[in-house]
Design a binder for this molecule. Structure first.
Ligand code: EPU
Length: 417
């Protein structure tokens, strides 16, 4: 079992390039199978979740090779339509393979993804949308057996909530369906736009991405393309949080500042100066942090749930009382208990967290409870007095490329043991 051992009282400063986005790379890898030849994804982050997606592709019959930061997927010999249970369990988001496998092969069998560390994660919207497109879905013994007796057909689908995964699955199934599909109340996340841009580069006809209604006209077949995965806005926010909590200053490179429009004002409210320009953001946090008004997590373009834990870590050391309302996931405050072990003053009541800033956090033995919660503990540890040991770091490795290497380049003292 590996751990991160982090010396506290450090100051984060310097320049850092931000990795490619996990939450874009995963649907893009699934999308490659819709083309009959294959695609090359550049800026594809080296993460355990990306390796898990490549294992699924290999199982399905594709060849998946990494060269530097690129992943080359050859889909010519894709034959299998089943994803085994052990591969599904490695990564909850493997459900996004459902739409892609159905689009390419017209049949798919995979196990029900079930709950995860963020609470129950139903896929009812994925299922009902695909049913509207002519897919017959049988749920038995924890498996979803999906087939298309006639044809995959376009449909007008209204989502009751702008689910990222459901929007992706509908898009993946619709690009090769017969006729037009309209997704109303679609997710607007930048990762959705990345998926649409990739599919269009392969020959799909998608428009409206980034807005609440996405239009897709089915085409007969798709080819492949070379595509660069968008920068990871959540990792960028994590670096900003590291600069903020250590009163440091940092220049983030190769990012898209507009993707962080809901996050930047929160850092400014905490007292940081933030300067976005072109593909960079500079953050100067050389002042004590201040509490902020209530933060509510929302679908994009609102404040992202994935940055909630990061900001909570910073607010632990901000002067005054802050409130965070988590509206997206039922169980996304587990990190609060671990932050308390480090001296934080946080009270949780259902989906509301009240954070009373404290002057100091202290090194402790803590456990990463999930991916972003784990990153929040790294931030708290950087600013704490003494040494922190973080276990269960497999969660962190799902989304941060060698976190100790990148943070050590900007002033951290982190060892993996
Ligand atoms: N939901 C349903 N039914 C559905 C689908 C979703 O009730 O059929 C609920 C979920 O249970 C959740 C909410 O709707 O409460 C939002 O779920 P959504 O489908 O939007 O999220 P997701 O596709 O499962 C992606 C990211 C998450 C990110 C969320 C929200 C990937 C691989 N995952 O998940 O990222 O938090 O969107 O932005 O893209 C992370 O990176 O740490 C992470 C969890």
């Amino acid at each position: 079992m590996q751990r991160l051992v982090i010396e506290g009282d450090t100051k984060i400063s310097g320049e850092i390039k931000v990795q490619g986005a996990k939450n874009s790379a995963l649907p893009l890898l699934a999308a490659t199978i819709l083309g009959k030849t294959g695609s090359v994804l550049h800026n594809c982050p080296m993460l355990s979740d990306v390796f898990a997606a490549c294992r699924i592709l290999s199982y399905l019959g594709c060849k998946c090779v990494r060269e530097g930061d690129s992943v080359i997927v050859d889909t010519a010999n894709l034959t299998h339509f089943e994803v085994p249970d052990e591969l599904m369990r490695e990564m909850r988001s493997s459900i996004v393979f459902l739409g892609a496998i159905l689009g390419r092969l017209g049949r798919c069998r995979l196990s029900f993804p079930g709950g995860c560390e963020l609470g129950p994660r139903p896929i009812d919207m994925h299922i009902s949308s695909l049913k509207q497109m002519g897919v017959i879905i049988k749920e038995e013994h924890g498996f979803l057996d999906c087939s298309i007796p006639k044809e995959l057909k376009g449909a007008a689908i209204s989502l009751s909530f702008p689910s990222v995964g459901a929007t992706e699955n509908i898009m993946l199934a619709a690009v090769l369906a017969n006729g037009d599909t309209e997704i109303r109340n679609a997710a607007r996340e930048p990762e959705i736009m990345d998926l649409a841009d990739f599919l269009n580069a392969c020959g799909a006809k998608i428009s409206g991405q980034g807005g609440s209604t996405i239009y897709i006209t089915g085409v007969k077949e798709l080819g492949g393309c070379e595509y660069s995965v968008m920068p990871d806005r959540i990792v960028a926010a994590t670096y900003m949080g590291a600069a903020a909590i250590t009163n440091g200053e940092l220049s983030l490179q190769q990012i898209r500042p507009r993707d962080l429009d809901a996050v930047t004002p929160i850092f400014e409210e905490m007292g940081c100066s933030v300067y976005p320009y072109a593909d960079r953001i500079f953050i100067n946090a050389k002042r004590p942090l201040k509490a902020v008004k209530t933060i509510r997590t929302m679908p994009y373009p609102g404040f992202p749930t994935d940055v909630q834990a990061i900001i909570m870590a910073c607010l632990c050391k901000a002067r005054g009382t802050s409130v965070i309302v988590e509206n997206i996931f039922e169980n996304r405050f587990k990190h609060a208990g671990e932050l308390r072990r480090m001296g934080a003053d946080i009270k949780i009541e259902s989906k509301v967290a009240v954070i009373e800033g404290v002057p100091k956090l202290y090194g402790a033995q803590v456990q990463a409870t999930d991916l972003r919660g784990g990153a929040a503990l790294v931030l708290a540890a950087l600013s704490a007095e003494g040494v922190t040991s973080i276990s269960e770091i497999k969660h962190i490795d799902r989304g941060y490329e060698f976190i100790e290497n990148s943070f050590n380049k900007i002033g951290a003292k982190i060892k993996r043991v």
